[in-house]
Design a binder for this molecule. Structure first.
Ligand SMILES: *[C@@H]1O[C@H](CO)[C@@H](O)[C@H](O)[C@H]1NC(C)=O
Ligand SMILES: *[C@@H]1O[C@H](CO)[C@@H](O)[C@H](O)[C@H]1NC(C)=O
Length: 266
């Protein structure tokens, strides 16, 4: 029951996988929550997430009838939401004056968002879905892995306080860019590693940064480097999820510069 209470004081978590499973199932007797049960994210990087790795998938993401309908399988309903021109179009949202956007995918977006929330010069973060084919996707939709969306974090930063390079360094440092469509136990195209750039300058910096990072690693980096596309902000309960307390109600600090280990799912 004392799952990760230790993490609050900075030490790592020593729970066994079975106790995690018990804890999760007991906290999810409310069936309205079950449908929102996202995959249990454990970044493969042991630095951040010290949960033991298991082969047991805790998440149960089922395609909703809604999605099947929208894909044209369930009914006569036109698949208007599969019009890929909008989701594949550019992100035309505008950052606040003097600010810039950057977009990253590095596994379950809860942990990735908290990582960037803590970076000085980052003025706003949002989690969402991008790079897929479905217009206005829901969490359930992307959970199926069939819409080809990636779970991304859109970072707004003040370039006078935080260079794009800094964001890239954080990105490399906090996830494993060598596992295709996977971070730890989270497997699926929605967990792919990606840098989605907004400007030619960002693209160039990202490419050079990737090459430098590759020199340091034995395995090949599989991170995709693509233009930022339409950003679909995720449901409100996903925003700043871990800061708000995550699944277990233990709030995690989003203070700038905070180095506490991140418990990826609460
Ligand atoms: C189940 O969850 C809903 C929504 O979160 C909540 O309103 C309701 O009180 C919960 N019921 C129980 C028995 O916990
Ligand atoms: C999914 O999107 C990525 C770009 O983010 C692309 O490289 C890949 O080919 C797409 N997969 C499919 C099955 O369309």
């Amino acid at each position: 029951m004392n799952i990760c209470a230790a993490a609050a004081t900075g030490s790592s978590c020593t729970s066994t996988s079975s106790s995690i499973l018990v804890f999760i199932s007991s906290s999810l007797s409310n069936s309205t929550k079950t449908k929102f049960l996202p995959s249990v994210s454990r970044f493969s990087s042991k630095r951040i997430c010290s949960f033991p790795q298991t082969h047991q998938r805790v998440a149960v993401c089922k395609p909703s009838m809604n999605l099947l309908n929208r894909l044209g399988f369930g009914s006569m309903r036109a698949s208007e939401n599969m019009d890929s021109t909008i989701p594949q179009g550019p992100d035309d949202d505008i950052p606040a004056p003097g600010q810039q956007f950057a977009q990253f995918g590095g596994g379950c977006f809860w942990g990735v968002e908290l990582i960037f929330q803590r970076v000085p010069g980052v003025t706003k973060t949002e989690v969402g879905y991008s790079q897929g084919y479905l217009h206005n996707p829901t969490y359930e939709d992307i959970c199926t892995g069939t819409t080809n969306h990636s779970e991304v974090v859109r970072v707004q930063y003040d370039p006078k306080e935080c260079g794009y390079e800094t964001l890239l360094d954080v990105f490399w440092d906090k996830h494993d860019p060598t596992t295709l469509n996977r971070q730890g136990n989270d497997v699926g195209t929605q967990y792919r590693s990606g840098i989605y750039y907004y400007t030619p300058e960002q693209e160039k910096a990202a490419r050079e940064s990737l090459e430098r990072q590759q020199q340091k690693l034995n395995r090949k980096i599989v991170t995709e480097l693509l233009p930022a596309k339409k950003f679909y902000r995720a449901e409100e309960y996903h925003q700043q999820y871990l800061e708000k307390g995550g699944r277990f109600g233990f709030k995690q600090s989003a203070a700038k510069g905070c180095n506490d280990p991140i418990r990826c799912y609460g």
